[in-house]
Design a protein. Structure first.
Lengths: 346, 344
């Protein structure tokens, strides 16, 4: 109570400073955006075209959706998963298996709904199992590192490490290559998932619980919100997001292999690291309790923008990875310096 | 000797590690005829030169309460540098340059972590990508190769039946690091900031020095592993060596470090690395695909994690039971006193 009164009696300048400090990180991100944008307009050809912007958002959508799922995990204080690309790859293999062979029964072959449900089910199962171990008290990094090897091994074993093809006129085309009102379906899903995640985190009971458990595990436990059930739920959300991305990607490629999401994915190396980097570039606190999916979405678009600009400037993959890596390290250090002295780094 | 045995049986995780490595070895020795032979022992020690170092690097980091995810990229960068510079400068100078670059990277990481007070997992995810990019840039996105493959032969010649210069050097590094961690002030500081950071800082231990030393050691070990791999195969890639993180983590955790920090040691790291080597070498005989090796290594990791978590849960439950028992004891004596007072 006294704190509130004190806050009201503060002079205007101090209030302004307080307001500004709360939003500094967002301001930094937005100004970085602006700098990149202006640089892009003046020094890169073909940058300011609608087609290019569509390409940027489409690129961002793939790892943006995964990053939104990961944001739940990070916000709840469970660091991050190192098994993102492996989860995606096993779900992709499942989906392609369903589309190509119907899991052994020919009537189901090519049935989009069954394949999608199977892929999502695999995502749910892997998320629940990893979440269970983390909730029991295992370290998320180590558990998911082990989980990554197992998921990849099972996926490769199941598909015999071959490329699984299914022929072109199939039911999943609308998701892979179709578009609606001029934007690709995957971009629409990115936008919808981002909005839904923001609403869930801001305006539902569950979303507030995620913040509570992330901000203070002990307080969460004392009020009956243990990390055990929370870990299982957030890991499942993240794995389902991975499964969805995998399905969209496989539907676009008409084929799947267990190492589709491994090294050299896109242009910036490792998919897992790229997704984790997206969460961090957005300025979410890695210790949990601070951040939002809006930041993550902005981070995804930012990384896609930088990458796109370097592609247009004609760089090879080496300099591009250096560029994205430098950006990540820089933003981590800046956000770390700003958060210095706050509770977020205990 | 008695002390030694007492120490091992007291440490549950270490005795579990020894048991696990023994089981894995015996399993393969029974199933594969040639497994228990001089040549296979030499091969295992050869692999130990690489994996042991990575396991040691991660062990030191985890003892300090942090985890270094950039270890694979650091090793790849060092391998690229060494292989690229061996032709113009000769192997020793190239190794020196590569190792100093890796150590410098470790020092920088440690400094940033201690200065900003950021968690290592955060910054090392960034450096993982950055270093990989730098390695690609130096290698010009190609596979770097030696022109004369006889140059690095000196590190693989057999010495004393089981050893090669590489494995001998690694064993020497292990002994040095073991003595350093156990008997010097600086080594004990690493344990202190890992086991109880707040208390250590309050007691006046600087965070910066042990953190920089831990990450410098880890960078050096990762670089050395990269050097050995690069020189042995004569080739290096910017995107290679990412499997080292999984293998090293398994080695460290089998060796009995605790993710909470401040626990574990060099002996455990050696045993853990040997266990992973037994597994890898044994699986070679079954002619399995690569992903099976990864699968079984991960299963090993999960077994160890489950064991560690269970033993921690069991310990805390025992402690709580003991506490309740002592409370009950005190209560009963007090109740008896009360009763006797009332009765009188």
């Amino acid at each position: 109570m006294s704190a509130i009164i004190e806050n009201n009696q503060l002079p205007f300048s101090a209030k302004f400073l307080q307001f500004y400090k709360d939003r500094t990180l967002l301001a930094i991100l937005l100004s970085l955006f602006a700098v990149m944008f202006i640089y892009g307009i003046f020094f890169t050809e073909n940058y300011l075209t609608i087609t290019n912007f569509k390409a940027i958002i489409r690129d961002a959508a793939l790892y943006g959706i995964m990053a939104i799922g990961l944001t739940f995990v990070t916000l709840s204080g469970n660091f991050f998963l190192l098994s993102l690309k492996e989860t995606a790859s096993i779900c992709g293999v499942t989906f392609a298996m369903g589309m190509a062979t119907g899991f052994g029964s020919p009537d189901l072959a090519g049935n989009f709904l069954v394949s999608l449900l199977a892929a999502l089910a695999v995502g749910v199962v892997s998320g629940v199992i990893q979440g269970y171990f983390v909730g029991m008290g295992g370290n998320p990094i180590v558990v998911t590192l082990g989980g990554a090897g197992i998921l990849y091994g099972i996926g490769a074993w199941w598909s015999d490490n071959l490329v699984i093809n299914f022929t072109r006129p199939h039911d999943a085309e609308w998701l892979g290559t179709g578009s609606f009102l001029g934007l690709p379906s995957i971009t629409w899903s990115f936008i919808l998932i981002a909005i839904a995640a923001e609403i869930v985190l801001r305006h539902t009971n569950f979303g507030r619980k995620v913040y509570l458990v992330g901000a203070n595990k002990a307080a969460g436990k004392a009020t009956g919100h243990e990390n055990f059930s929370m870990a299982i739920i957030v890991f499942t959300i993240c794995s389902v997001c991975c499964a969805f991305v995998a399905v969209a990607f496989v539907a676009q490629m008409d084929s799947a292999q267990s190492n589709y999401f491994s090294a050299e994915f896109g242009s910036s190396g490792d998919m897992t690291i790229l997704v984790i980097a997206t969460v961090m570039v957005g300025g979410n606190s890695i210790m949990g309790g601070y951040g939002s999916t809006l930041r993550t979405s902005l981070g995804a678009i930012f990384i896609a923008m930088v990458d796109n600009m370097m592609v247009l400037q004609g760089f090879n993959s080496g300099p591009r990875i250096v560029g994205v890596g430098l950006m990540i390290v820089f933003s981590i250090i800046v956000f770390g310096l700003f958060a210095k002295g706050s509770r977020a780094q205990e | 000797m008695e002390n030694f045995i007492k120490k091992i049986t007291k440490d549950v995780d270490l005795s579990f590690a020894i048991l696990l490595s023994f089981c894995v070895y015996v399993f393969f020795a029974i199933n594969i005829e040639v497994f228990f032979s001089h040549n296979i022992s030499f091969a295992i020690l050869e692999r130990f030169a690489v994996l042991g170092l990575v396991g040691l690097a991660l062990t030191i980091c985890i003892i300090a309460g942090e985890i270094d995810l950039s270890i694979g990229s650091n090793a790849a960068l060092c391998a690229v540098i060494v292989v690229k510079l061996t032709d113009p400068l000769g192997a020793p100078l190239a190794m020196l340059i590569g190792l100093s670059v890796s150590t410098l990277i470790g020092v920088t990481q440690g400094f940033v972590i201690a200065f900003i007070r950021i968690r290592a997992i955060v910054i090392t995810v960034g450096t993982l990508m950055l270093l990989r990019g730098v390695a690609l840039l130096i290698a010009e996105e190609k596979t770097v190769m030696l022109t004369d493959f006889r140059v690095p032969d000196f590190i693989t010649t057999k010495v004393l039946m089981y050893f090669s210069p590489a494995s001998l050097t690694v064993i020497f590094i292990f002994i040095c690091v073991g003595i350093f961690m156990r008997y010097t002030k600086y080594g004990r500081e690493i344990y202190a900031i890992g086991g109880a950071r707040k208390e250590a800082l309050t007691a006046g231990i600087p965070l910066r020095r042990p953190m920089i030393i831990a990450f410098a050691l880890s960078g050096f070990c990762a670089g050395f592993a990269g050097t050995v791999i690069g020189l042995k195969s004569g080739t290096a890639q910017g995107l290679g060596l990412q499997y080292l993180l999984l293998a090293g983590t398994v080695a460290a955790f089998v060796g009995g470090v605790s993710i909470l920090g401040g626990k574990g040691g060099v002996l455990g790291a050696a045993i853990g690395a040997l266990t992973v080597n037994f597994l890898n070498t044994g699986l070679v005989f079954y002619a399995l695909q690569v992903h099976f090796v990864q699968l079984f290594t991960s299963v090993l990791l999960v077994i160890v994690i489950v064991f560690q978590t269970m033993s921690r849960v069991f310990d805390s439950r025992q402690a709580r039971k003991g506490l309740l028992a002592t409370i009950d004891e005190r209560k009963t004596s007090l109740l008896e006193k009360k009763r006797s007072a009332l009765g009188r």
